[in-house]
Ligand binder design. Sequence first.
Ligand SMILES: Cc1cc2nc3c(=O)[nH]c(=O)nc-3n(C[C@H](O)[C@H](O)[C@H](O)COP(=O)(O)OP(=O)(O)OC[C@H]3O[C@@H](n4cnc5c(N)ncnc54)[C@H](O)[C@@H]3O)c2cc1C
Length: 453
Amino acid sequence: MSAEGNGQRHVVIVGGGFAGLGCAQKLAERDDVRVTLLDQNNYHQFQPLLYQVATSLLAPSDIAHSLREVFAGQDNVDVKLAEISDVDAASKTVKANDGGEWTGDALVLAAGSQPNFFQTAGAAENSFPLYSLDNATALRSRILGLFELVDRNPELVDRGALNFVIVGGGPTGVEVAGAIADMINVTVPAEYRSLDASKAHIYLVDLGDALLKPFSDKAHGYVAKVLSDRKVELRLGTGVKEVATGHVALSDGGVIATRCVIWGGGITAAQLASDGGLAPGRGGRIDVEPDLTVTGHPGVYAVGDIANIAGADGRALPQLGSVALQSGKTAAENILAEFDGRPRKSFEYKDKGIMAMIGRGAAIAEVGKNHHEVHGQLAHMAWLGVHASLMTGARDKMEAIIDWGWDRFSKTGGPHVLDRGDAAEINWDDDAVVTAAAAGASPDSEGSPDSPS
Ligand SMILES: Cc1cc2nc3c(=O)[nH]c(=O)nc-3n(C[C@H](O)[C@H](O)[C@H](O)COP(=O)(O)OP(=O)(O)OC[C@H]3O[C@@H](n4cnc5c(N)ncnc54)[C@H](O)[C@@H]3O)c2cc1C
């Protein structure tokens, strides 16, 4: 499965996320280049909208697009389902865990990130991360499963069945907290008539003193007010000590009984960065040169979340979709330059701003060169426009726009489909304490000693 004949140069790309897709699309424009795109899934997933699948606003098919379909019209791109576990940078060869092997004239590593649980006791086992489509559908089923259980047995509320604990006050945590609040305040009362939604509690826990840190102080106040008005309880300046099967223990001594802990507490580079055989870089990511080649390995590129890409100030750029897409395209341009015998160029990130959705009619956006900040309906509309335009296929765009319109003007929300029956199979007697430190804490649903610090 190595590079072969007919005069075409061969590029092997690992990862069909924003970075890998951007790179493959640019390379595919050239007939004298052949691309093998390897991914552990046969689809591209639009991560910024995972939280909308988890909260039933969008269907999984709205945000996942078959990679084979994306490249159906491009004969020089071959998609292969493969989980890559090994990188031999010297020979530009990657190996899959089932023995498959691919060698290119150039190699691009674009395997993204994974959740970082910061060694918090029990977090990996007992919380719901939100990094993949699989994570999103698992979380959706747990949320809907809890609603179904409480609808039949209201006493489960006293055991924390309607307590939702979200860890992390960045975009993922804020967006998911706002979306669960919308479910509980708007769609749940319309559909689960025996469920007393006023008994639900949504907690947003973060060690820092503000939500959405990269935005201004004014924005911090706006986000906190919108979420508080929607009955999200903010626990700022508070860490999570452990996540057990039936409760969360906080650094201030508080304990919250819950069967749904959502982990938006941070990310780290994909496993391939540490286990693939390359020298570990700063913060676990792969160190790259300004032209995006892996330090010490010309001809091997690392792009997107997995790479340590320096910005204009020399500091590593944030792990964002825009950085991934732009770096993937620049890597493709540099590979073509290398094949043509032209000089490679340094990557320059064009920052077009950042935005986050807080819930129905509430968003925040920093746009333009001067990072002009807008809040509320206008930011909400900007968010919808930008995210729809970034989605991969025309059908995905249309379906998402219809679902968003439906959500805006109806009270029934999106597809509340409980497709994983086991999500509702909860052993209510199981509340294992994970650490000795938490052993003294007694889980409680409300009125617990979890007062803000
Ligand atoms: C919940 C959430 C919300 C976000 N919201 C925003 C936002 O609003 N705006 C924004 O700009 N950014 C946002 N981001 C960040 C953005 O999604 C990422 O920066 C971007 O997806 C990174 O692109 P990537 O191509 O580097 O990695 P990914 O998109 O993660 O793609 C990596 C690909 O590699 C594949 N892969 C991984 N390991 C292997 C392996 N060993 N073998 C084969 N394939 C492998 C994966 O299956 C995946 O398809 C968000 C991220 C998350 C998780």
